[in-house]
Design a protein around this ligand. Structure first.
Ligand code: C5P
Length: 224
């Protein structure tokens, strides 16, 4: 079988990364979470008080940011490292989510991340999830999926996920964050979130994760 590139794009909290991770495991592909990369850059900018209007500081910061994914054999999944430090837990917190869409709209940030993502995928056999994978990072990906779900259901899933990590956030606040991110992600100038013409639509509102995984794997098998 040929090893293909599977691009999974869509709105936040539709189950993209959980699905992508399991699809990758099933096909024995690499999984790359591009949202984690933008979150890591955001964390660095917050920690180093980088002003989003200061393009020199941004350029300089990008040269000092090194992101990698290392496998945690205990947890059985990849974890995000920023300049050698494991930031997996930190980048999932709400204060990072609150700033990530502003940071990821900066053209220099996108250019730097897209270059890295293209290098990570050049060996093929990858499942990459994000917002612009099928439209921009790998426009020739053999399989493209675009996920969406009802915003209230997405907010409830997100709330549950945060609660499991011990972070209690009001549903109203999560809905607010989701709406704000949707707006910023779809209206930004540089590679906005949109469905590629050749992407298959998957509405996950009433699907369980295993159903989503089965569906994507079936699509992959017919593509390979
Ligand atoms: O996927 P996740 O929700 O972790 O992504 C966090 C944020 O990173 C998104 O809301 C979006 O602003 C940004 N992002 C992006 N392009 C990608 C992946 C994520 O702009 N390919």
């Amino acid at each position: 079988f040929d090893r293909i590139i599977i691009a999974i794009d869509g709105y936040s909290s539709c189950g993209k990364s959980t699905t992508a991770k399991q699809v990758a495991a099933e096909l024995e592909y690499a999984y790359i979470d591009t949202g984690a990369m933008y979150r890591a850059v955001t964390l660095y900018f917050l920690q180093n008080h980088i002003l989003l209007t200061d393009s020199r500081a941004i350029q300089d910061a990008l040269e000092h940011i090194h992101i990698e994914f290392n496998y945690n054999s205990v947890k059985g999944c990849n974890e995000t490292y920023l300049n050698g430090l494991n930031v997996e837990e930190e980048i999932r917190k709400q204060y990072v989510a609150n700033s990530v869409s502003e940071v990821s709209a900066i053209p220099e940030v996108r250019r730097a991340m897209v270059t890295q993502q293209q290098m990570m995928g050049n060996k093929r056999g990858v499942v990459m999830d994000g917002r612009d994978i099928g439209t921009h990072v790998f426009p020739k990906a053999e399989l493209k999926i675009f996920m969406n779900a009802d915003p209230i259901i997405r907010a409830q899933r997100r709330q549950l996920e945060l609660r499991e990590k011990g972070e209690i956030v009001e549903l109203e606040d999560i809905i607010g964050n989701i709406k704000k991110r949707d707006y910023l992600d779809t209206t930004r100038i540089e590679s906005p979130l949109r469905r590629a013409d050749d992407a298959q639509l998957l509405d996950t509102s009433f699907l369980a994760i295993h159903e989503q995984v089965t569906w994507v794997v079936a699509q992959a098998r017919t593509t390979i």
